[in-house]
Write a protein that binds this ligand. Sequence first.
Ligand SMILES: [Zn+2]
Length: 448
Amino acid sequence: MEIEIATIGGYEAVGRQMTAVRAGDDVVIFDMGLNLSKVLIHDNVETERMHSLDLIDMGAIPDDRVMSDLEGDVKAIVPTHGHLDHIGAISKLAHRYTAPIVATPFTIELVKQQIKGEEKFGVENDLIKMEAGETMSIGERNELEFVNVTHSIIDAINPVLHTPEGSIVYGLDKRMDHSPVIGDPIDMKRFREIGREDNGVLCYIEDCTNAGRKGRTPSEAVARRHLKDVMYSIQDYDGGIVATTFSSHIARVKSLVEFADDIGRQPVLLGRSMEKYSGTAERLDFVDFPDDLGMYGHRKSVDRTFKRIMKEGKENFLPIVTGHQGEPRAMLTRMGRGETPYELDDGDKVLFSARVIPEPTNEGQRYQSEKLLGMQGARIYDDIHVSGHLRQEGHYEMIDALQPQNIIPAHQSLEGFAPYVDLAENMGYTVGRDLHITRNGNMIKLTE
Ligand SMILES: [Zn+2]
C-alpha cells in the first residue's frame, strides 16, 4: 500500500497545524489550526468574517491547496485537542471536505462552538465523538485509534492510523504526566504495545517544542504545588489578589478555584474565554466547580462584578481573569490600564500562572501589561507554570517506546527542529534517510 504524508502547516513555525496522511485510497487529516500570532499582529482583524484565501495569504490558516495533489478520499478530519492552533481553521477549511470531524468529547464541543461563531462559511461536516482508547475503521484496510495523552488542555489524544504497512503515530502536543490534576495519565503502555506490533510504527510525527530543554517536563501536580505555595504564602494579605492563566487550562483553573477557597476568598472567573472554556468543561462533567462559582464573560456583567468586589471588599475575592500574555483587549490588561472598576493598590498581588509564549508579539505585550500593573503598585508573581510539551527525556522515551521506522519533526521552526534532530541522530536516525526535515506544503512518500 502506498503511504504518503502531506506536511501542510506547522512545519515552519508553531501554529496552523495541519497534516494529511494517505494510506492507499484513504486520507486522514490531522489538525486544522490557526496561527494566532499572525492574527494578533493585525490588531483589528475579525477572522469570523474573513475569507479562507485571505487568511491563507496572511499565514493565519494552513494553505491546504496541496491537498489536490493527494490522490485519495478524505475519510476523517481529526483534531487532537482543543487548542486554537489545532482547531482554529476548521471553520474556514472543513467545508471543503466531505468527511466527518472526529475528536474527543471536549474537543468536539469546542469545535462546535467555533463553527457556530463562523460568519462566512456554513460548515456542515458531521461531528463524531470518540474517546481515548476507542477505534474506528478508515476505509477497508485502515483503522484510526485514539491514545490518551496529557497536555495543558483536558481530553487530549494522539491519533494513530494503523495501516497494513505499519502505524502512523501523530504525536503532536503532549507531556508525559503520570499525575495530571484532571483525567487519566498518559497511556505509555499502549504506545509501547503499538511499538511492538507486527508491522511496528512506520512513521512518528512529533512536536519539537521543548526538544532543546534537558530533563523531563514536570507534572501538572508540580504546578499545583507551586501555586499552593504562592497562594498560602499570601493568605494573610488583606488587599487585592488577582490571578490569570490560560482559560483553556481547566486543571489550572480548578487549582486556582480550590486554593482561593482555602485562603478564604471567593473565586470568580472573568473574561469571555474564561466563561467559555470553564463553562464547557463543567457542563460536560470534566470538573466539578463549587455551585456558587461566578463566571462572567460579557463586559457589562464583568463590570458589575468588579463593582460588587470593590463594594464588598477586595480582600474577600480572587478574580481569575484573562490576559496572561498581555493581550490588549483581555481583562488583566484592561485592569492595568485602569479601564475597569477594580482599583489596584500598592502591594496588591498579581499571579501569572502561565509563562510568556516566547514570541516577540507576546513578549512585548506582556512586558507592557506588567509595567502598567506595576505602575499601580501591583506585585507580580510570575511563571507559576509547567509546560504542556515534552522535553528531551520525554522525546527519548517516546522514540524508545515506538521504535519508529521514520520520524518527521513538526510544530517548530527549522531552529526549533535542530535539538530534536540531534537527539534522533544520537538514537541512530539520519536526516534524509529516515529522519525527514520538511516545510509547509511538502509531500513525503514513505512506501511505494
Ligand atoms: Zn496544544
